[in-house]
Design a protein. Structure first.
Length: 272
C-alpha cells in the first residue's frame, strides 16, 4: 500500500507539473494553426492584389503553410519538455525513412519545383500531356489539375508531366489550321482551288499574312484531296474548323462539286 500511495502521489505531482504546460501547448497549437490559416489566406489575397502569377499563388501558399505548421509543432514540443535537438534528430531520421518510402511523392515535388522554375505552362493554359488535354486549373506541390473541354477534372502527378511531352496550345497567339477536302476525279480542279481560295480570303478570321495555302495534297483511291491551310487566332481555331467544313459542303453542293465516298469498281469475267 505504501508503494501504491507513492505512485499515486508521484502521478499527482507529475500532473501538477505538466498539466499547465500541456494545456498551454494545446492552446498554442490551436491558436497557432488558426493564425497560420489566417496568414495563408491573407498571403493569397495579397499576391492576387499584387498581380502575382496565378501559377505561383497556390504553390507558394502551400509551402508557407507547411513550414509554419512545422515551426509551431517544434515550439509546442519544446514547451512540454521535449528536447528539440533530439526531436529534430528523430524527425530527420523519420524524414529519411519516409523519404525512401515515398520516392514517388518526392519526385512529384521536384517536378512541381521544376514547373514553377521553367514555366512550361501556367494556370489558364490549354495543354496536352500524358495522353490528356485540358485547361490548367491549378499547379499544386505534387500534382497538376486539368479541366477537360467536357468539364472533367484530370489530376496528373508532376513527375509524370515533367518526364513526358508537354504540348502547350496557349503560348502562341496564332495557330495553323489544316483541313483536307476531297473531290471527284471528274471535277474541275482549277475551279475547286478558286472556290477554296475565295472562301479563305472572304473569312475575316483568316490571317492574310502568311497567305492561305490551297493545293492538291494527294491523288487518293477515290478522290483528289485538296489541302486547305490557313492561319487563325488561337481562340478562332475550333470555331473556324467547324464553320469552314460546313461552308465548303454547302458551296460544293451549290457549285456542282461532288465529294465522293470510298468506292471500288468490280469487273466480272465469264469463263467459257
Amino acid at each position: 500500500m505504501d508503494k501504491l500511495d507513492q505512485y499515486q502521489e508521484g502521478l499527482i505531482q507529475l500532473l501538477f507539473d505538466y498539466a499547465p504546460k500541456l494545456v498551454a501547448a494545446i492552446v498554442i497549437l490551436i491558436i497557432g494553426f488558426y493564425l497560420i490559416g489566417f496568414f495563408t489566406r491573407s498571403l493569397k489575397k495579397l499576391m492576387k492584389k499584387r498581380d502575382v502569377d496565378p501559377t505561383l499563388i497556390p504553390f507558394l501558399s502551400n509551402i508557407f503553410n507547411v513550414v509554419l505548421k512545422a515551426m509551431v509543432l517544434i515550439s509546442v514540443a519544446s514547451m512540454v519538455g521535449i528536447q528539440t535537438t533530439s526531436f529534430v534528430a528523430v524527425i530527420g531520421a523519420a524524414g529519411l525513412a519516409i523519404g525512401l518510402a515515398m520516392q514517388g511523392s518526392l519526385s512529384n515535388f521536384a517536378g512541381g519545383v521544376l514547373i514553377i522554375m521553367f514555366r512550361p505552362y501556367r494556370v489558364g493554359d490549354f495543354i496536352e500531356t500524358n495522353g490528356q488535354a485540358g485547361t490548367v486549373n491549378a499547379i499544386q506541390i505534387l500534382y497538376t489539375v486539368l479541366k477537360s473541354p467536357d468539364n472533367k477534372t484530370i489530376v496528373i502527378p508532376n513527375s509524370a508531366v515533367m518526364g513526358g511531352t508537354i504540348t502547350n496550345y496557349s503560348v502562341e497567339d496564332n495557330r495553323r489550321l489544316d483541313l483536307v477536302f476531297g473531290v471527284s476525279y471528274s471535277d474541275d480542279i482549277k475551279k475547286v482551288k478558286e472556290l477554296l481560295t475565295q472562301m479563305a480570303m472572304d473569312d475575316e478570321r483568316v490571317i492574310k499574312d502568311p497567305a492561305p495555302f490551297i493545293a492538291i495534297k494527294e491523288m487518293a483511291d477515290s478522290s483528289v484531296n485538296f489541302l486547305f491551310r490557313v492561319w487563325v487566332k488561337k481562340e478562332d481555331y475550333w470555331p473556324m474548323t467547324f464553320d469552314m467544313q460546313e461552308r465548303v459542303k454547302s458551296t460544293f453542293d451549290k457549285e456542282g462539286i461532288s465529294i465522293p465516298f470510298p468506292q471500288r469498281d468490280v469487273h466480272l469475267f465469264q469463263q467459257k
